[in-house]
Design a protein around this ligand. Structure first.
Ligand SMILES: *Cc1c(COP(=O)(O)O)cnc(C)c1O
Length: 454
C-alpha cells in the first residue's frame, strides 16, 4: 500500500478551476465604499493588475496557469498527499484519513500558491514593487519570496505586536529581500495619523491594510497584494484540490468528506472547490469549513455587505461577517483571526454546498499534539482546526462502522508557532468562546450598509 502519493511534475495541473462558472447563484457585486454602487474594473486598477481584476470577475471555468508560474511552482509542487495511517491506528477507526501537505513550500504554507501568480502578473504589467500587510507574517514571507522570484521589490507593513512577537517570520522576509516595517509606521499618512494619536499603538491588521493600500495607491510603480478572501486568490489555490483529486484517483479513492480550516477561506476553497464542481454535478460528498470558536464567522456571523478592513477603505463585499469593527481575541491561530470570509466560500455555504464547524483552541491543540505524535509533522495551529474536524469524523465513522474516506488540507507546518505549543504544554492557554453580545455589538455597526436581496 502506498502511504505517500506523489504526482510527477508533468502531472501538475496547468489551469486553475474557477467555481464561478458553476455556482448555482452568482456572486453579488462588490460595492464602492463611498457611493455604495457596484464597482467596475477601473476602481480597482489603481492597486491591482488588470489580469487579476479579470480573474476576479471571470466566469470561465478553467484559467490557464502561465508557463512562468508553472516553472516557479515546480520549486515545491506537486505537494504530496499522505495517508495518516498512524493516526488511523491511534483512533482505531475504519475510516481512511488522507491529508494534502502544503507545508512543503519554502514559506511553509499554501500562501505561495497565490503569491507567485500575483507577483508574476504585476511584473508582467510593468510594476516594480508590491506593498502588503501581514499579521503573523505568513503572507508577508510568501510574498517576499514570490517578489524575489520575479525581481520585484516588496514592502511589508507588519502589525507591530507581531513584529516584536514573531521575529523569525520577519527574518524570513528580510532573507528573501522584503522590506519590513512595524505598523503603524511613519512611512504613510495613515500610519503617522495613528501614531500622532496613539504613540504606543500595537497596530492591527486594519491599520496595516490602510498603510499598504495607501502606499500602492500613491506610487505609480507599486501595486497592492492580498493573501486571502478575494476570488482570484481562491482561484489560484484550486491547484491544491486539483492535485489531490488526481492523487486519490491513483489509489482508487474519492473522498466522502473534505475538510479545511478557514480564516479568509483560501486554503479551504483551494482544496474543496474542485470537488464541489462534482457535487454541483450531482456527486455525493461533504465539505467542512472549520473555524475557531473565538472567531466564528460562518457559524455565528451574518451574510451581508461589509468592509474588508476596519478603516472602511476596501470595497463592500457580500460575505459572512462578524462586523469590520470586530476585534478578535488573541488566539494562537493568528491566520484565522479575520472578521469576514471569502465571498465565494460564503456563497457556497449559503447554498448548502458546504458545512461549517467551530472548535475551541484547547481541543484544537490537543488534536495537533495527537497528530504530531502519530504522524510526526507539527501542524500550524490554523491547520490543526482541520485535523480536529478530521479526527471527529473518523471517530463518528468508528461508531457508525462505516469505511469513510476523509481528506483534509494540512495548510502549513507549525515551526514558527512553537511559543504557542509551549503555552499549551505549560497549561497557559485558555479557551475563549465569543459572547453573543460582543458579536451583536459588532454587527449592529453594519446597519447603515446595504443588505443583500437573498
Ligand atoms: C494564512 C493561513 C491560513 C488561513 O488563511 P486562509 O485564507 O483561510 O487559508 C491557514 N493556514 C495557514 C498555515 C496559514 O498560513
Amino acid at each position: 500500500m502506498q502511504q505517500k502519493i506523489h504526482l510527477l511534475e508533468k502531472e501538475m495541473p496547468t489551469s486553475y478551476y474557477n467555481i464561478q462558472a458553476d455556482l448555482p447563484h452568482p456572486l453579488d457585486p462588490p460595492l464602492h465604499p463611498g457611493t455604495g454602487q457596484p464597482i467596475g474594473p477601473q476602481d480597482l486598477a489603481a492597486i491591482f493588475p488588470m489580469e487579476l481584476i479579470k480573474q476576479e470577475v471571470s466566469h470561465e471555468r478553467y484559467i490557464e496557469i502561465p508557463e512562468e508560474v508553472q516553472d516557479a511552482y515546480r520549486m515545491y509542487r506537486p505537494t504530496p498527499v499522505i495517508r495518516a495511517l498512524n493516526l488511523e491506528k491511534a483512533l482505531d477507526t475504519p475510516a481512511e484519513i488522507y491529508f494534502k501537505y502544503e507545508g512543503v513550500s519554502p514559506a511553509g504554507s499554501h500562501k505561495p500558491n497565490t503569491a507567485i501568480p500575483q507577483a508574476y502578473y504585476n511584473k508582467k504589467e510593468g510594476k516594480k514593487r508590491l506593498a502588503t500587510e501581514t499579521g503573523a507574517g505568513q503572507w508577508g514571507s510568501s510574498l517576499s519570496l514570490a517578489c524575489k522570484m520575479f525581481g520585484l521589490e516588496c514592502k511589508v507593513y507588519m502589525v507591530k505586536v507581531s513584529y516584536h512577537q514573531k521575529p523569525y517570520r520577519r527574518s524570513m522576509m528580510r532573507v528573501w529581500g522584503g522590506e519590513v516595517v512595524a505598523s503603524p509606521s511613519m512611512d504613510t499618512q495613515a500610519g503617522r495619523d495613528v501614531l500622532a494619536k496613539f504613540p504606543d499603538s500595537n497596530g492591527s491588521l486594519g491599520i496595516a491594510i490602510s498603510e499598504a493600500v495607501e502606499d500602492a495607491a500613491k506610487r505609480d510603480d507599486t501595486n497592492y497584494a492580498l493573501g486571502s478572501v478575494l476570488n482570484h486568490v481562491l482561484l489560484h489555490q484550486t491547484i491544491i484540490g486539483q492535485e489531490a483529486k488526481k492523487q486519490l484517483e491513483k489509489v482508487d479513492r474519492y473522498p466522502d468528506i473534505i475538510i479545511g480550516c478557514v480564516g479568509g477561506g483560501s486554503n479551504f476553497g483551494g482544496i474543496a472547490f474542485p470537488f464541489l464542481q462534482d457535487k454541483i454535478g450531482g456527486k455525493k460528498l461533504r465539505a467542512i469549513a472549520v473555524e475557531p470558536a473565538s472567531c466564528p464567522t460562518l457559524t455565528k456571523g451574518q451574510f451581508r455587505y461589509d468592509f474588508g478592513d476596519i478603516a472602511k477603505m476596501t470595497p463592500l463585499l457580500p460575505m459572512h461577517t462578524l462586523g469590520h469593527a470586530f476585534m478578535p481575541p488573541a488566539i494562537h491561530a493568528g491566520g484565522l483571526r479575520y472578521h469576514g470570509m471569502s465571498p465565494l466560500v460564503s456563497r457556497v455555504y449559503l447554498d448548502g454546498l458546504i458545512e461549517a464547524q467551530a472548535y475551541r483552541q484547547l481541543e484544537v491543540f490537543e488534536a495537533a499534539l495527537l497528530f504530531a505524535r502519530t504522524e510526526g509533522l507539527i501542524p500550524a495551529p490554523e491547520s490543526a482546526h482541520a485535523i480536529k474536524a478530521a479526527i471527529e469524523e473518523a471517530k463518528k465513522a468508528k461508531i457508525e462502522g462505516t469505511k469513510k474516506t476523509i481528506l483534509f488540507n494540512l495548510s502549513g507546518h507549525g515551526h514558527f508557532d512553537m511559543t504557542s505549543y509551549d503555552a499549551y504544554l505549560d497549561g497557559k492557554l485558555e479557551d475563549y468562546e465569543l459572547p453573543t453580545e460582543e458579536i451583536d455589538r459588532a454587527l449592529a455597526e453594519l446597519e447603515t450598509y446595504p443588505v443583500i436581496r437573498n
